[in-house]
Design a binder for this molecule. Structure first.
Ligand SMILES: [Zn+2]
Length: 457
């Protein structure tokens, strides 16, 4: 009989978003599960357990990103399931939900199973699939959503495009309601953003680039909320960029009342909280985003919405592109940036250091909230929480660790990160999935506490 692997975390600031506890203590992992948590005390660890001295670092559930692009199949020059999930683990994320805008598109049960199979073979972090709601994400024919849900799709989205037709949107919401899956909308009315490259305003005028008004996001968002009033599907607006959208979401949640508000949600991404369209100056394609970077007013409104609980999910919208693609001129370069390996530090900078929210709330928005959005607890017992008997998916975060973002050092295959060279604080120092250490920076930063050798994939 073999001895089960055990991890004994000591001296950690243990934060659990479910019970809302935030206390120094010890946590014991045996095999794949959390065996004991002792807030303010000690656990009874077996003698063979690997001791991990947290030194006051935050020990919390593994971070969950509900919005990444892993590019496989079809975009392997940008990212693969192997490299994208290694990038996730290095960024503190033990779970990611991948978007269906691959080539071919993830619009069949077979495609969902393909990604799940590749993830089982090659992934570090867990991968859940967000399936396309329409065939080829073209918006004119329903995808076989029931069979995709059966195959494992945790939510649906045509991300990359919004669903233009109101009639199709209504059907998609009805199917999502029946299947008990969230619909995640990329809010973009293409007729309003047509040709648009950056936020409508003085910067667009100065650079002579076609504008992308806030209306393109807000009009589709308002339409969807109107359509969903009767249907009451679980509706989620992705990567909100407009301050107006934050107000729309606040009003919509107030209308349905506090007990139903969780059925309408919105998500923010780090770049929309830290950069304005000024970053596009000099035709910098590194700041070319969909939806576009906007203004300080929008940043302020989005932060207000995070502070008051209107926006209650955070994501990265990790969108890898090759150096050659991003080196094209501004009009023809692709939209998007990578985010998995710096998102935590950037959120700490935008939200905690700025006094918008505290660490326990930030962790809730990065763990329990996305787990609930995607119904992940029905797949993995205890995911998104610290639960005795539940899965040991954990992230150890040093909130005071100052470091410089170096895109060259990323595990991701791509380098398109406008935060390269930024000095930040807060670093994920260890990532554990089902009791297995996926990523460990404690050896490098603190050799005196070198951990037992292990072999992350
Ligand atoms: Zn999108």
């Amino acid at each position: 009989m073999t001895t089960e692997r055990a991890l004994h975390f000591r001296g950690g600031r243990i934060i659990d978003p479910l019970t809302k506890r935030d206390e120094t203590g010890e946590l014991l992992v045996v095999g794949e599960c959390i065996q004991a948590i002792a807030y303010g005390g000690k656990v009874n660890a077996p003698s063979h357990a690997q001791v991990i001295d947290c030194g006051g670092a935050i020990l919390c559930p593994g971070l969950i990103d509900p919005h990444v692009h892993l590019r496989e199949p079809g975009g392997e020059a940008k990212e693969t399931i192997a490299t994208g999930t290694r990038s996730a683990a290095a960024g503190g994320f033990t779970t990611v939900c991948c978007m269906p805008n691959t080539n071919p598109c993830l619009d069949t049960a077979m495609a969902v199973r393909f990604v799940e199979g590749r993830a089982a073979d090659a992934a570090s972090a867990r991968v859940f699939v967000v399936g396309a709601a329409t065939v080829g994400r073209k918006g004119d024919q329903l995808a076989p959503m029931a069979s995709m849900a059966h195959a494992g799709a945790v939510a649906f989205s045509d991300d990359g495009d919004g669903i233009a037709s109101g009639g199709m949107m209504r059907r998609v919401l009805e199917v999502c309601k029946t299947l008990d899956r969230a619909f995640m909308q990329h809010c973009q009315d293409a007729s309003l953003s047509e040709g648009g490259l950056i936020n409508e305003g003085p910067v667009a005028t100065r650079l002579g680039l076609l504008p992308w008004p806030r209306d393109a996001e807000e009009v589709m968002f308002e339409r969807d909320l109107r359509l969903n009033t009767r249907i009451d599907a679980r509706y989620h607006a992705q990567h909100l960029s407009s301050g107006g959208s934050a107000r729309i979401l606040r009003e919509a949640r107030a209308r349905v009342g506090s007990d139903r508000a969780h059925r309408i949600s919105g998500e923010a991404a780090p770049h929309h909280l830290l950069l304005t369209c000024d970053a596009c100056d000099g035709y910098n394609t590194g700041a070319k985003m969909n939806p576009p970077l906007r203004t300080q007013w929008d940043i302020n409104e989005l932060k207000l919405a995070i502070a008051d609980g209107t926006i209650d999910v955070l994501a990265t919208d990790h969108a890898p592109h090759t150096i050659a693609e991003k080196a094209r001129d501004f009009a023809s370069a692709p939209f998007g940036i990578i985010g998995l390996e710096c998102a935590l530090a950037l959120y700490a900078k935008a939200l905690v250091e700025d006094g918008v929210i505290d660490w326990p709330r930030l962790i809730q928005l990065l763990t329990l909230a996305p787990a609930r959005l995607c119904g992940l607890a029905s797949r993995v017992d205890g995911i998104g929480t610290l639960t005795v008997g539940g899965v040991a998916d954990l992230t150890l975060i040093d909130p005071e660790n100052s470091w410089t973002i170096r895109a060259d050092a990323f595990q991701s295959k791509s380098r398109n990160c406008p935060f390269d060279g930024w000095n930040v604080r807060a670093k994920p120092v260890m990532t554990v999935r089902a009791g297995e250490i996926l990523f460990d920076a404690t050896c490098a930063t603190n050799p005196s506490q070198a951990l037992r050798a292990h072999a992350p994939r």
